[in-house]
Design a protein around this ligand. Structure first.
Ligand SMILES: [Zn+2]
Length: 182
């Protein structure tokens, strides 16, 4: 006994135990794991009985849980999407373009290396309006649209800002900045 006063003594014990548990997390968790294993059947039965007796509570709890977790999952996915690196964004764009090219039965293919080269060639600017574009923020445009018989080779690609790409659409007659007259 460290203290003669029983209240102080209890307080001392409580602090001491809390400290011990904090320092021996592994031991504590193994203990509870073993305890739960030993009482599996018992715990399951108890939970089942509780659920039977408290249907309403169970229902409210479950629906609340699924709602909050749906929100959490959604936010998690959203944050993951925002945190993607420029490289992974570009790779995803390439995959999308590959799929489109296959659908349109266009010939040619390109990889991220091609896009990097193009980005350097365009000095990090939109091919049409020459505004700076960040790596991963550009659109990959087919100069001659796939629907007009353009290929999927690098020679037919231009990196553009969103505005230029969307206003161009599948129109012909756009000349990228890096095509100099011969
Ligand atoms: Zn532009």
């Amino acid at each position: 006994m460290a203290y003669k006063d029983p209240i102080k003594e209890r307080e001392y014990q409580r602090v001491y135990q809390r400290k011990w548990r904090a320092e021996n997390r592994g031991k504590v968790s193994t203990y509870w794991k073993r305890f739960a294993e030993g009482h599996r059947e018992y715990n399951l039965n108890r939970a089942r009985e509780w659920n039977k007796a408290n249907r309403d509570k169970r229902y409210t709890y479950d629906s609340k849980y699924s709602k909050t977790h749906r929100e959490k999952r959604r936010l998690g996915a959203h944050n993951w999407y925002k945190r993607r690196s420029a490289t992974s964004i570009v790779k995803q764009t390439i995959r999308r373009q590959k799929r489109r090219a296959l659908e349109k039965k266009a010939i040619g293919y390109f990889c991220e290396g091609d896009i990097k080269m193009l980005f350097r060639q365009q000095a990090g600017c939109c091919a049409y309006c020459l505004e700076p574009i960040a790596y991963g923020q550009f659109h990959i445009d087919h100069v001659i649209p796939l629907s007009k018989g353009g290929t999927n080779w690098r020679r037919n690609l231009a990196l553009t800002c969103a505005t230029c790409n969307l206003s161009k659409g599948n129109k012909l007659g756009y000349t990228p900045s890096w095509v100099f007259p011969a």
